[in-house]
Write a protein that binds this ligand. Sequence first.
Ligand SMILES: O=C(O)C(=O)C[C@H](O)[C@H](O)COP(=O)(O)O
Length: 216
Amino acid sequence: MNKREIVLKAILQQGILPLFYHDDVAESVGLVKKLYKAGIRVFEFTNRGDKAAIVFKELLSVRDREMPGLYLGIGTIKNREEAALFADMGADFIVSPIINPSVAELVNEAGLLWIPGCMTPTEIYHAQEYEAALIKLFPANILGPGFMSAIRDLFKGQLFIPTGGVDIELSNLRSWFNSGVCAVGMGSKLIDPKNADGLEEKTVLALDLVKQARQK
Ligand SMILES: O=C(O)C(=O)C[C@H](O)[C@H](O)COP(=O)(O)O
């Protein structure tokens, strides 16, 4: 299995892709360590502030020392320069809120998983043209599970991960998995970057609810 397939398999197994941005290195490391202790093995840091590169670099080195088996990806990647910066730094996968062909080309050349953001059938078609094995439905809180049910049969075999407003709530998770998605992206409903209290317990609960939501 190549790197792309290994990371994709890890996301499918975990069922959740936690994500956050924080501009403080120590706080970010503390949050990721709590997620890791709760069983998270794939995580997305978002490029949503001017400290993103500094923090991500440190997360990668702490991971190499202390969190074996953790795949670290970078999100909110909108152009080739950003993709190159983080791919060269050692990102395990690249997530975008959009489709930018020059990002797709670079990430595919690097042999990494590219997860583009789509909200229309046309965008999904274009993402497939750039070999997107996993497509992020974004903003998921606007689209809803109904969108996924409506387009599912048009794109048989395509894997989808809704992101944006996904809640740690069984009926919400069940409606997404019943609509045909393979995992969910979860940011602010799981992680409050300003308050790490209870994050480990909350993550264990979220992993368990996803397991329940996936059971037919
Ligand atoms: O930055 C990106 O690339 C995005 O795609 C946006 C974020 O992933 C979502 O905004 C997370 O939404 P919440 O789970 O509601 O916090």
